[in-house]
Design a protein around this ligand. Structure first.
Ligand code: ATP
Length: 237
């Protein structure tokens, strides 16, 4: 396949009568980690939901793996190889870590089976140590790890991570950061929505900034870091 893995082209999204996204567009290429950055309420989660099939766009197009998937249901997007990890990290709270992982296991859309449980435990040693723990008793950071690991158990073509650092202590954020750098180094394709630009340094190669439902800036993450005006105007940092 040539072209981006995911291409979002000029989408408008409404909740009822209120328009939330205005012509949002972005591309994510094979092996790329792209950061979608913006303040609280800027429209990051809505963009992620529009891609995952939870907030169908009224106008514009979402193309995934070369197919127009605009407005497809979430389970169809999952079957096509898109793994969405929402902000609230849905895990099964009454099941053990290992059961949570096993329940999520499936082959990828091309029959890939790159993420057997042993590999997950290699990449997530914390989960190996906690495999018998009931998921509802994990800390926020451990739950975030479990949510990402569950997404990988489905052998996705691409991961959508909505604010993985949110509400976590700095040391835990650093652990998640290390993990995401590792995923980047093995060529996982990721779109990550974040308020925290610093968290994305070293994780994402490129960034798009969203403000009031519109993409206002695109650059490498290094370019964004060097652009103090954009950072202070749109990211308050
Ligand atoms: N279900 C909904 N119904 C109506 N408005 C909504 C709904 N969900 C979000 N919004 C509004 O849409 C706008 C964008 O919200 P969104 O959650 O996409 O922002 P965000 O950048 O992800 O911010 P946050 O970090 O707070 O999640 C906000 O003004 C929000 O109040």
């Amino acid at each position: 396949m040539t072209g981006p893995v995911l291409s979002v082209d000029s989408i408008d999204v409404f909740y009822g009568a209120s328009q939330i996204l205005f012509g949002v567009g972005l591309d994510v290429h094979q092996g790329q980690t792209l950061a979608l950055l913006g303040r609280n309420g800027a429209g990051k989660s809505t963009t992620m939901k529009a891609i995952a099939g939870l907030a169908p766009p009224r106008r514009g197009q979402v193309v995934f793996r070369g197919q127009d998937v605009t407005g497809r249901k979430p389970y169809i997007m999952a079957r096509q190889g898109l793994a969405y990890v929402p902000e609230d990290r849905q895990v099964f709270p009454d099941h053990t870590v290992q059961d949570n992982l096993i329940i999520a296991a499936k082959k990828g859309p091309g029959g890939q089976d790159d993420w057997p449980l042993e590999r997950i435990y290699e990449v997530f040693p914390i989960l190996a140590r906690l495999k018998a723990r009931i998921a509802g008793r994990l800390s926020g950071g451990e739950q975030q790890m479990l949510a990402i690991a569950r997404a990988l158990m489905g052998n996705p073509v691409m991961l959508l991570l909505d604010e993985p650092s949110e509400g976590l202590a700095p040391i835990v954020v650093a652990n998640i950061g290390t993990l995401l750098k590792q995923l980047r180094s093995i060529g996982t394709t990721v779109l990550i929505a974040e308020q925290n630009m610093h968290f994305c340094l070293g994780i994402a190669s490129d960034a798009v900034v969203i403000d009031k439902g519109q993409i206002v800036y695109r650059d490498t993450i290094a370019g964004l870091k060097a652009n103090r005006e954009v950072r202070s105007r749109y990211l308050a940092m």
